[in-house]
Structure formats: structure tokens, C-alpha cells
Design a protein around this ligand. Structure first.
Ligand SMILES: C[S@@+](CC[C@H](N)C(=O)[O-])C[C@H]1O[C@@H](n2cnc3c(N)ncnc32)[C@H](O)[C@@H]1O
Length: 331
């Protein structure tokens, strides 16, 4: 879970705090003043300072990425010619980006794109911004596949931007898959992402309340459901709490509400040898294991993310043999 950063302190000098009525009284510091004649180097320094004073974790990086994006240039060009002025259009764009970052939109959300599994994903207001932690689900799913050219069938429950399904289809060249979400806006974005990443011909997208609208059998079912306990939502970092969709976060009283429904629905959807891989909150392993037992599933593997937190759990129906996917042989 992403910890809440310190409360932003008001900027001194050219900027002061203000209330943003859009955010229900949240206080956002004003952006530093940038004009057409401000140089790239000066704008970097202004943004870096404003972001640092606002309590943003990575002020230098964020300032550089937003400056480059506002001018449509790369980091090397900034380094090579730091004394070039922003110009009117660049200054206006960068000031807009800075205001949004100070209102705690993430850089990814401001630029409407995010990298996941080395692929580029568009975002929209209805999609969660994909997190590096979630790549653990992809790694775990792939660890059960012995033949990457097998015609596996994949189901991604709560597909959001489509990141899990698209990443898996990208790795598994003969697989096909269904991405499912309750949000039509998320599904439209996921469809676009499948197309941008060259897997649209092997992906279908479906509006459904979890497994309700589904039939058929799948070799790999993946899900990163909303799993933040209701009482913890208020403590999330503002980038998440204010700007990720609530439907992607709220896991009910204990955070496990979606797993109850998903675990109950997947038994009939898993092909022989099929696996369910879910992302979990780092403290949820015991609750997930207990719930799985009640629902007739067995935990096969628990995987850690890069920070060493428990992040992905692989499950299969109790009493079924484990097969290496693609080979048909027991593992
Ligand atoms: C945590 S986000 C995960 C998005 C994406 N898979 C990822 O890993 O970045 C959970 C997703 O579940 C979807 N969702 C929430 N409730 C749902 C439901 N009842 N049925 C289907 N999808 C649902 C949300 O719209 C959201 O896209």
C-alpha cells in the first residue's frame, strides 16, 4: 500500500496555498510562475523546489519528465541546451502540468500514459494507473507456463487499462484472452491499449460484474481486484486517493470483498491444470489463504514484489492435479 506523504507546506515567496473546490477542500499549493522567457534550467529549478516543498517524493524526476513532455523533447535535449526559453506555448503547457502535479495528480495521470511490463499504456479517468508491483502477477502467471507458444486461454478479471491481459498476450504469442471490467470507460481504454500493443486480434473485452456474464474455460485467470480495506482508503497517498477511480480501490470492510466473489466464480471457469493468480495487499496472505480454503481453492505459490512484499498468490481448485501449462504434464 502506498503511504500518505507529509502534509504539503505552503510555498514561500511566489506561491501560496489555496483550496481546490474540485477536491472537496483539499489544499494545493500554487504553481510557480513560468513565462515565455523562463529558461529550461530555471523552470526545472522552480518546479523542483515547488514539488519538494509540496512533499512530493521525486521532485527532480517529476520536474524533468514534465518539462520534457511540455516541450516534446527528451532529457538529452534539456541537458544540451538548458538556456533556451520555454516560449509561450511551452510555458503555458508546463504551468498546467505543474498545477496538476501540485494538486497531486501523478506524472502518469497528467501525461495519460504509463509503462507496464515494458509496454506503453494509455490511461483514462476510469482506469487505475498500472503499478510496477502488479508485474509480479504477470511473472507468477508466466512461471506456470512451460510452452510459451501454446494456445492458452487467458481471463483478466477487472482489466482496467488492460495491462495484465496485454502483457500476457505479448509474452504468449499464441494465447487468446478476455479482459473483463464493470466500467465501460475502462474497457474502451483497454481495447485501445490492446491495439497499440499489437494484440487486439487475440483479445476480447467484456462488461461484466466479475464472473457473472462468463462461461467457458480458461488456462490462466488473473485478477488485481480492489483490495484496500474501506477504513484504509483515507490514509492512501493523495495521488491514489484523489485520482485513481474508487471502484479500483475499495475492497469493502476487510479489503477481501471482491475475492469472495471471484473465488466463488472461478472454479467452473478454470480448465484442467488451470491457475488463478491474484494480486493481494501485502498483509492479506492469511485472509486470502483462509478464504481460498472455504471456497475450495488451494494456494500453490505466494510471490513477492521487488520491495519484498507479498504481492501475488497462485491458486488452483482443491483436489485437481497441477499441470505445466502448455505441456499437459504434471509439475
Ligand atoms: C485494482 S483495479 C486493477 C486494474 C488493472 N487490472 C491493473 O492491474 O492495473 C480493479 C479493477 O476492477 C474493476 N472492478 C471493480 N468492481 C468490479 C466488478 N464488480 N466487476 C468487474 N470489474 C470490477 C475496476 O473497474 C478496476 O478496473
Amino acid at each position: 500500500m502506498i503511504a500518505a506523504p507529509p502534509v504539503p507546506s505552503p510555498l514561500v515567496g511566489e506561491a501560496e496555498s489555496r483550496s481546490d473546490p474540485q477536491k472537496g477542500g483539499e489544499v494545493a499549493p500554487c504553481a510557480p510562475s513560468l513565462v515565455a522567457t523562463t529558461t529550461r534550467a530555471d523552470s526545472l529549478a522552480l518546479l523542483r523546489r515547488a514539488f519538494a516543498e509540496a512533499g512530493i517524493d521525486t521532485p527532480e524526476l517529476d520536474a524533468r519528465v514534465l518539462l520534457a513532455a511540455s516541450l516534446n523533447i527528451n532529457a538529452a535535449e534539456i541537458a544540451a541546451r538548458p538556456n533556451v526559453a520555454l516560449g509561450p506555448a511551452g510555458a503555458e503547457r508546463l504551468a498546467g502540468f505543474a498545477r496538476r502535479r501540485l494538486a497531486r495528480e501523478s506524472v502518469g495521470r497528467i501525461l495519460d500514459r504509463r509503462e507496464f511490463w515494458g509496454l506503453a499504456f494509455d490511461l483514462s479517468p476510469e482506469t487505475l494507473e498500472p503499478r510496477p508491483d502488479t508485474e509480479t502477477v504477470v511473472e507468477t502467471a508466466l512461471s506456470f507456463v512451460s510452452d510459451r507458444r501454446a494456445p492458452l486461454r487467458i481471463l483478466d478479471l477487472g482489466t482496467g487499462s488492460g495491462c495484465l491481459l496485454v502483457a500476457l498476450l505479448h509474452e504468449l504469442s499464441h494465447a487468446t484472452g478476455v479482459g473483463l471490467d464493470l466500467s465501460p470507460g475502462a474497457l474502451a481504454t483497454a481495447r485501445r491499449n490492446a491495439a497499440h500493443n499489437g494484440v487486439a486480434d487475440r483479445a476480447a473485452f467484456l462488461a461484466s460484474d466479475w464472473t457473472a456474464a462468463l462461461c467457458g474455460r480458461f488456462d490462466l485467470i488473473v485478477a488485481n481486484p480492489p483490495y484496500i480495506a474501506f477504513g484504509d482508503l483515507a490514509g492512501l497517498a493523495p495521488e491514489v486517493r484523489l485520482h485513481d477511480p474508487a471502484a479500483a480501490l475499495d475492497g469493502g470492510g476487510d479489503g477481501l470483498a471482491a475475492y469472495h466473489i471471484i473465488f466463488a466464480g472461478v472454479r467452473d471457469l478454470l480448465a484442467p491444470g488451470g491457475m488463478l493468480i491474484v494480486e493481494i495487499g501485502s498483509t492479506q496472505e492469511q485472509g486470502i489463504t483462509r478464504l481460498a480454503e472455504v471456497k475450495g481453492l488451494k494456494v500453490i505459490k505466494v510471490a513477492q514484489d521487488l520491495a519484498g512484499r507479498l504481492r501475488a498468490v497462485a491458486l488452483k481448485p482443491n483436489g485437481r492435479q497441477e499441470l505445466a501449462l502448455g505441456s499437459g504434464t504434471p509439475i
